[in-house]
Design a protein around this ligand. Structure first.
Ligand SMILES: Cc1cc2nc3c(=O)[nH]c(=O)nc-3n(C[C@H](O)[C@H](O)[C@H](O)COP(=O)(O)OP(=O)(O)OC[C@H]3O[C@@H](n4cnc5c(N)ncnc54)[C@H](O)[C@@H]3O)c2cc1C
Length: 450
């Protein structure tokens, strides 16, 4: 039961001085802005600046039995960083970045965004495993697993989490590393923000290599042949190649099929793969060049818009059978909202060479991630049902071909069927770690199925 009253607010105010934002204030309005528009209305946002602030907020919430959530980049599609009626521990001011260019790692605050780390590391000719969107928080992305642009070469973001500092539910601060609290390090590599507030992360960096990347845009009506060709090509894809295929709205309002490849290595070796992708159809436009990771993230920015409603489902698929390709191609041509997205990411390489028991992340074989996300502007809520139906139909169509489970950060909280299998054989150990570090289930970043 939540115990919100003036005394609670006074105590928090005292502990956090001017760092709290209450509904109705400008500070609250500006801090309560995530990627997706949700109806979650936190009772209070704590704009924490120090570890002590985080500890004070966590302890008080325990004392008062107040629901907690942690906000980093704010890109969770269900707005799980913003607890409805609860207290948000906002880490956006935890934005410090220190690069050790010799040992090739970064120590970052829990609120650092991908573009910020990319930019800082780039100055030393180093890169990290980042999502294509620079606004995504490094924390949420890494803790949940993190399929990144250079994952085929360098593993998932979670595979590059070396250590972290975590404030637990009782307010204590602990270090997790290969030498201390190893079980918790294991759990937060894929298990999400379910164990404490991760205030700082040590992230492995990699030497930058040439990056041949960009977008090839096709007409949606060519989806079937393009998906078929893409499927064949990726069967023998080298580690240097990452390809995201996405049916989506373009900034001019039309719906297109975007093939976004990147080749992380010698461009002359990558060019034939880019050419093969281009030849999958007749490109409407294309923009492939040698870029930096930073400029690539910046080029994706216009495609990623905050403040829309989102309803999403996801699948893990082991293969793209011809009937499945035909079904997906047909469905994406029936999108009910031009803003809706169906994205397909093939996963191979370094990500699949990590043993499943080495981190909490549940799937290490070659696979595809399918994300089906209806997006619409809040003014169109009256017709949201048809957008949701489009998602549900494609989701059902893919059921016979799906692997158990799914990418936990993309699973909705009510998707119990997939949630129970998302961590596979790692679930029993994940339960043990949860019971040890957060027995009262104070932290509920993503659904673990426990
Ligand atoms: C446009 C877009 C593109 C994306 N692309 C990819 C992609 O290419 N690959 C991929 O794998 N994923 C991708 N995602 C999914 C994304 O990685 C997850 O939604 C991720 O959780 C977002 O992290 P965040 O910090 O921005 O979000 P937030 O909403 O701030 O946090 C997400 C969850 O993690 C918890 N959390 C965050 N930080 C901490 C912390 N420091 N301590 C404790 N708990 C914490 C929050 O409480 C919340 O439950 C994408 C999402 C969007 C919106």
């Amino acid at each position: 039961m939540t115990d919100w009253n003036q005394k609670t607010i006074d105590e928090l105010e005292e502990a956090l001085k001017n760092k709290i934002a209450l509904p109705g204030t400008e500070k609250y309005a500006s801090s309560y802005q995530g990627w997706a528009a949700t109806d979650n209305r936190p009772a209070m946002v704590c704009l924490c600046e120090t570890t002590e602030d985080v500890q004070a907020a966590v302890v008080l919430a325990q004392k008062k039995n107040i629901k907690l959530s942690v906000r980093s980049g704010g890109h969770d599609w269900q707005g799980r960083a913003f607890a409805d009626g609860g207290l948000v521990i906002d880490l956006t001011r935890f934005d410090a970045i220190a690069i050790d260019a010799v040992s090739k790692f970064a120590v970052i605050g829990g609120g650092v965004k991908s573009i910020e780390l990319t930019t800082a590391a780039g100055k030393f000719n180093l890169v990290h495993v980042t999502a294509p969107s620079g606004e995504v928080g490094v924390s949420g992305f890494t803790l949940g697993g993190g399929y990144g642009l250079i994952s085929p070469s360098c593993g998932m973001a979670a595979d590059n989490l070396l250590a972290a500092e975590v404030v637990l539910a009782d307010g204590s601060l602990i270090t997790v590393s290969p030498n201390e609290n190893q079980d918790l390090l294991w759990a937060i590599c894929g298990g999400g923000g379910n164990f404490g507030v991760v205030t700082s992360l040590h992230i492995r960096l990699h030497d930058a290599r040439p990056l041949l990347a960009g977008r090839i845009v096709f007409d949606l009506k060519d989806a079937k042949s393009i998906l078929k060709g893409h499927n064949e090509l990726m069967k023998s894809a080298p580690d240097e190649l990452y390809v995201l295929v996405q049916a989506m709205g373009s900034p001019d309002g039309s719906s297109v099929l975007m093939v976004a490849p990147n080749w992380f290595g010698d461009p002359t070796e990558g060019q034939p793969y880019i050419d093969a992708l281009r030849q999958l159809g007749t490109p409407l436009t294309e923009q492939i060049s040698q870029v930096t990771v930073q400029s690539l993230l910046e080029s994706f920015a216009p495609f990623i818009v905050n403040g829309r409603r989102v309803y999403a489902k996801t699948r893990w698929l082991s293969e793209l059978q011809p009937e499945l390709i035909a079904g997906i191609a047909d469905a994406i041509n029936r999108k009910t909202s031009p803003l809706s997205v169906a994205a397909l990411l093939e996963v191979h390489g370094a990500t699949t060479r990590v043993a499943v028991a080495d981190t909490a992340f549940g799937l290490r074989e070659r696979h595809f991630v399918l994300l089906i996300a209806a997006e619409w502007i809040p003014e169109d809520d009256a017709v949201s049902d048809k957008h949701k139906e489009w998602v549900d139909e494609l989701y059902e169509l893919t059921a016979p071909y799906a692997l158990p489970g799914g990418y936990a950060v993309m699973l909705g909280n009510d998707n119990h069927e997939q949630i129970k299998d998302a961590y596979g054989s790692n679930l029993p150990r994940l339960k043990q770690v949860k019971n040890k570090y957060d027995p009262n289930k104070v932290f509920n970043g993503i659904a673990l199925g426990i």
